[in-house]
Design a protein around this ligand. Structure first.
Ligand SMILES: Nc1ncnc2c1ncn2[C@@H]1O[C@H](COP(=O)(O)OP(=O)(O)OP(=O)(O)O)[C@@H](O)[C@H]1O
Ligand SMILES: [Mg+2]
Length: 376
């Protein structure tokens, strides 16, 4: 399949703002589904919208596609205001949350459908359909009906149907919701490869944080119609800006406390949940006594039988739950305060020692760089 025609003629300066969503609000009567969202997506970027059910992801996508009007704000694609354009005139193709192939049509007729409607000539349709099938590795299933395909094959057929129209922007709403975990993971990687090969700008919605982390160049975490945080997956994971973002992307241990010593290069935090003080080796600007939350990822928590040789960032507790995950084990350790701390322990750790069992007394500890200070 060819990349889209416009690729060479636009100045480079629009490339990082290929899709612009500016202060967009969507109200349905008394519900504000999207509450002042602004974001830019670069050309050929794979951008993910992430958030819990009902936070406005599909509504935002539908406004990009033109299936929903905007209450206020603006959407530009490749510099062009979309407000006056009906869906079929936008350089966009949307694959819906339930991607519904036409059940009575073969795979190839499904893919050809949109091109026929556009009045594309027969020869060109045949060529483009063949290209699209080849791209998603579905050529040998061209004559089959959807019910004769596996979930993953149906998903690829639906994707070919979206790609064949050569949209500048591809909108995918939960494209893998129908797939089981194994095929889902494989399809995620295949899909990323296909999108890079075609060179298409893609905005996808998912509520699966692992999916967003594996696939997206950047992601936005949404809550109640707003963007809570936007960044590369590793940025959002390592430097969450709020309790919501920290617990939404991956799991984490949150300790509520106050700053008791504030130096330029470190702070001490006291929390009623932990006997010892917490030490964080980077400063934050905030007055003493300021309430903060410290986020410590479970993979940064060390589990030991012996008391760790450090004065801060540790506590003794009792093992209350053990979840074996294969490559690692998640220990839940209840501290004297009642707080339960999660520690991911690599399976390698137990090659030489007997792993602690339920009710065992253990220490949890972490280093000076492990904690992230959250102020909201
Ligand atoms: N046509 C509509 N009329 C009234 N309210 C609507 C309409 N469409 C969506 N909503 C409301 O807007 C909010 C956002 O809905 P949206 O479908 O965008 O959520 P979502 O983030 O896609 O959720 P999910 O993950 O469950 O698909 C919800 O509270 C929903 O009930
Ligand atoms: Mg939705």
């Amino acid at each position: 399949m060819n990349t889209h025609e416009s690729a060479q003629k636009k100045p480079a300066s629009t490339d990082d703002k290929f899709v612009q969503v500016i202060d967009v609000v969507k109200k349905f009567d008394e519900t504000t589904a999207v509450d002042g969202v602004s974001l830019s997506v670069a050309r050929n970027e794979l951008f993910a919208l992430l958030g819990s059910s009902g936070c406005g992801k599909s509504t935002l996508l539908r406004m990009l596609a033109g299936f929903e009007t905007i209450t206020s704000g603006k959407i530009l694609i490749d510099g062009e205001d979309m407000s006056k354009l009906p869906p079929y005139k936008r350089p966009v193709n949307m694959m819906f949350q339930s991607y519904a192939l036409f059940p009575h049509m073969s795979v190839e007729s499904n893919i050809a459908f949109g091109l026929k409607q556009e009045g594309v000539g027969k020869g060109e349709i045949a060529e483009r359909v063949a290209d699209a099938l080849n791209l998603v590795q579905m050529s040998k299933y061209a004559k089959r009906k959807p019910f004769q395909l596996s979930g993953g094959q149906q998903q690829r057929a639906a994707l070919a149907r979206s790609l064949v129209k050569r949209p500048k922007v591809l909108l995918l709403d939960e494209p893998m919701s129908a797939l089981d975990k194994q095929i889902r993971q494989r399809t995620q990687i295949e899909l990323v490869n296909i999108l890079y090969k075609v060179g298409v700008t893609c905005i996808m919605v998912t509520h699966d944080q692992e999916e967003a982390m594996t696939m997206a160049d950047r992601l936005a975490v949404m809550s109640e119609g707003r963007i809570v945080q936007l960044g590369a997956p590793n940025e959002v994971y390592e430097y969450p800006n709020s309790k919501f973002a920290a617990s939404f992307i991956g799991s984490t241990n949150l300790f509520a406390g106050v700053i008791v010593e504030d130096q330029p290069d470190h702070i001490y935090v006291e929390s009623p949940e932990l006997k010892q003080r917490m030490f964080i080796s980077h400063g934050v600007t905030g007055p003493l006594g300021m309430p903060v939350t410290i986020s410590v990822r479970p993979e940064r928590v060390v589990l030991s039988r012996a008391k760790p040789a450090q004065e801060t960032n540790f506590s003794v507790g009792k093992v209350v739950n053990i979840a074996y995950m294969g490559g690692y084990t998640i220990y839940h350790v209840q501290l004297e305060s009642g707080k339960v701390v999660m520690a991911n322990v690599s399976t390698l750790m137990f090659d030489e020692t007997e792993p602690p069992g339920y009710d065992a007394e253990v220490y949890v500890s972490w280093g000076p760089t492990a904690g992230v200070v959250l102020t909201k």
